[in-house]
Write a protein that binds this ligand. Structure first.
Ligand code: ZN
Length: 712
């Protein structure tokens, strides 16, 4: 087959055809195709409508038929028989068909064509790559595909920014913060009233309702029906038949009123309020007992009741619920109906390793997959306590997504949420998003494509950095989850950070003539920079203990802090100022900025002292001893500072000046809790121990034992 010529020396040789009855996203697909082919070739591409204008190509001309045209049907691509995102690109003679199912198949066909064939890339909401090809030809083409996860969601704070087009272009079909408009394919979203914790939306615990139907609300252990001021503390009596009927009527109402939306929602959440309490009445507890003692048995019994009553009228609807807190444990003697989806949260797995096949989360997933055809995972990748931690975690994406796929997962929500702060966010997000379409594809070409395209001549050095980080983290395995701080990353030591900084010096030198690329490299470096500043006291000790002179330490923390601020300003201008996120979006970002820059300022104030290992631990091997000296604490109290104190064995202490009233009100001298993040979450992870007033031996410095805990 002869190559198809779309443009020659900047002259367009193709016309784009859309069907007369094309839906909005198919018209968008044609416009996007014309716009990007225009940018690539430097010329204009016209769009004509089938049946209204001439739709047969002339000799030497190419026709690109977008969506459900007769050309698509002639090539056996029938929109009505295809899944909502199934896309095709197929060529016969001088006709190229880009089409697919509705509503998003045709749009995805065009985006795949532009990306996989023409070479356009949407790195993020803030950066794209458009190749320069005044002559554009294509060879034989016959490809099709469909993303394997039906719902691909990105979390909250602007993973792809408030500009939802970049989400659509990268085939993300759900964006929690900024809805993807229907002309860009709309979303695989939740219908009303909300995407989780919906009991209180259906039956709000108002005075009036509670007075009229106390039996619809939970019974406490004391045998009384209860209502709580905090709305999310309430739960329903799930075995109550009258309540079930009212709930069902409201659910049907929510479904019916959304059927005429341009892209009608298919997921409806029916999940408990955000509290682990459950009804203790005899009838509810009988169900719990019959289902192996699991609260989820009662919840699922309720969901199955609703599912059975909507199935005939709305076979497309899926009811989602939460296996979370008290409903996480898998019930026995019950299966979820095929139109019920169970959502799990993966908050406790270590970010730095693929989810272990025999670990708690995989076991949970496997337990649920045995009784549910549809499982959804809310998966975390960000730290909420210490942003910008250098973490090589891209190697976990593929095995984790494959694990999900083997366990009936139809939807993943990636809670990877800080485009300004999370290390190499653009890179990792892009790779992650691509793997959501097909987690069995080869990852290496994806990594190469992004690094070469986004960092240009700096790519080999960024690549070296990724290798170095991965090797370092393998050599000193660490555990990290949403509540961790950089102190947990054992590989962040002098040799690693020194090498990482050197690699970024080379990376920056390689792109010194391009201000855009320099900014990207500096942003990639921000995690390493922040780690160097935040961990400086530890690095300093390590340096001196290695027999080196203090002044020779290879990091200038003041200078690095300046670079962080400059990088932050550059990224702020790009990602926030240039995108007008609206007052509330701006407020969240302002808050994050203060928080981030404060953490740098606080780190710069840390004293540099050598804290010798206490004598009583002298014999412990290095990996059994972890030092958390006074200068490693975060201070919530204004005015608390680290001071040098001779009597303290470490030589430093935290000093707070308290008022008499504060001393009187005190129940803890210093609250020091150990939390176990690997155990089942209850919302307040178990506190292993804290110091009580009666434990205090008197004034001065003493040793206290906070209990024994085996990590892992
Ligand atoms: Zn009950």
């Amino acid at each position: 087959m002869k190559d198809l010529v779309l443009a020659e020396n900047g002259k367009s040789l193709a016309i784009i055809l859309v069907a007369q009855d094309a839906i909005a996203p198919e018209r968008t697909a044609a416009r996007e195709l014309a716009a990007y082919l225009g940018k690539v070739t430097g010329t204009e591409f016209g769009i004509v409508t089938e049946g209204k204008q001439k739709s047969t190509p002339e000799a030497g001309q190419t026709l690109i038929a977008v969506g459900a045209t007769h050309y698509a049907r002639d090539m056996d691509i029938n929109a009505s028989l295809l899944g909502p995102e199934h896309w095709f690109m197929r060529r016969k003679a001088n006709v190229l068909v880009l089409a697919g199912g509705r509503p998003r198949g045709t749009l995805y066909a065009v985006y795949h064509f532009l990306e996989d064939v023409v070479g356009v890339h949407w790195w993020s909401a803030w950066a794209e790559h458009v190749p320069d090809k005044p002559t554009l030809t294509i060879g034989p083409l016959d490809r099709h595909g469909e993303p394997v996860f039906a719902q691909r969601a990105m979390a909250y704070t602007a993973a792809f920014s408030q500009d939802p087009r970049s989400a659509a272009r990268n085939r993300i079909n759900f964006h929690y913060c900024w809805p993807i408009p229907s002309e860009y394919g709309g979303e695989s979203k939740y219908g009303p009233p909300n995407f989780c914790h919906t009991f209180c939306f259906y039956l709000p615990p108002t005075d009036a309702l509670f007075k009229q139907h106390p039996e619809w609300f939970l019974m406490d252990a004391d045998g009384k029906r209860k209502r709580f001021d905090e709305v999310q503390e309430n739960q329903l009596c799930l075995s109550n038949q009258a309540m079930r009927e009212v709930f069902l009527a409201k659910l049907k109402d929510n479904i019916n009123k959304s059927r005429n939306d341009p892209v009608p929602p298919i997921y409806f959440d029916v999940s408990p309020n955000d509290s682990p309490r459950f009804c203790q009445c005899e009838a509810c507890q009988a169900v719990v007992k019959a289902k192996g003692g699991a609260d989820a048995g009662l919840l699922l019994d309720f969901l199955n009741y609703l599912a059975d009553h909507i199935q005939d009228e709305h076979p497309e609807i899926i009811l989602g619920t939460l296996a979370y807190l008290n409903t996480e444990a898998v019930p026995r003697h019950i299966k979820a109906r095929s139109n019920v989806a169970i959502r799990l949260c993966n908050t406790r797995s270590n970010y730095l390793e693929p989810i272990p096949a025999n670990g708690p989360f995989a076991r949970l997933l496997s337990g649920w997959a045995k009784i549910a055809d549809k499982v959804m995972v809310w998966d975390y990748h960000s730290s909420f306590c210490d942003m910008a931690a250098p973490m090589p975690l891209e190697h976990t994406f593929q095995p984790d997504l494959q694990l999900f796929l083997r366990h009936n997962v139809v939807s993943t929500l990636n809670d990877y949420r800080y485009p300004m702060h999370d290390e190499l966010f653009d890179f990792r997000m892009w790779v992650l998003v691509k793997l959501h379409e097909d987690p069995y594809q080869d990852v290496e070409p994806l990594i190469e494509t992004f690094l070469n395209g986004f960092y240009g001549p700096a790519a080999p050095h960024v690549r070296d950095y990724l290798h170095t980080a991965e090797e370092a983290s393998r050599a000193k395995p660490s555990a990290f989850n949403p509540g961790s701080t950089m102190a947990a990353l054992r590989y962040l030591d002098v040799p690693f950070l020194r090498q990482a900084q050197a690699l970024f010096v080379q990376a920056e030198a390689a792109v010194k003539d391009s201000p855009v690329l320099v900014q990207r490299v500096r942003h990639a470096r921000m995690g390493v920079d922040k780690a160097t500043v935040v961990l400086f006291p530890k690095l300093y000790r390590e340096w001196i203990e290695g027999g080196n002179k203090p002044d020779d330490i290879p990091f200038d923390r003041e200078q690095i802090a300046e670079r962080i601020k400059q990088t932050y300003d550059e990224q702020w201008a790009l990602r926030v100022d240039a995108h007008e996120p609206g007052p509330s979006g701006r407020e969240i970002r302002e808050y994050q900025r203060r928080d981030f820059l404060d953490s740098i300022a606080t780190a710069l104030r840390r004293t540099l002292v050598i804290v010798a290992r206490p004598k009583k631990f002298a014999e412990l091997p290095d990996d059994a001893y972890f030092q958390y000296a006074a200068d490693a604490f975060g201070h919530t109290r204004e005015g608390t500072e680290v001071v040098e104190v001779e009597e303290a064995e470490s030589g430093i202490a935290n000093r707070s000046v308290l008022t008499d009233a504060e001393i009187k009100a005190m129940t803890h001298p210093l609250r020091l809790d150990l939390h176990d993040h690997t155990k089942r979450a209850t919302g307040h992870e178990p506190t292993i121990e804290s110091i009580k007033m009666e434990d205090i031996a008197g004034s001065g410095y003493h040793w206290y034992q906070l209990g024994t805990y085996a990590p892992g």
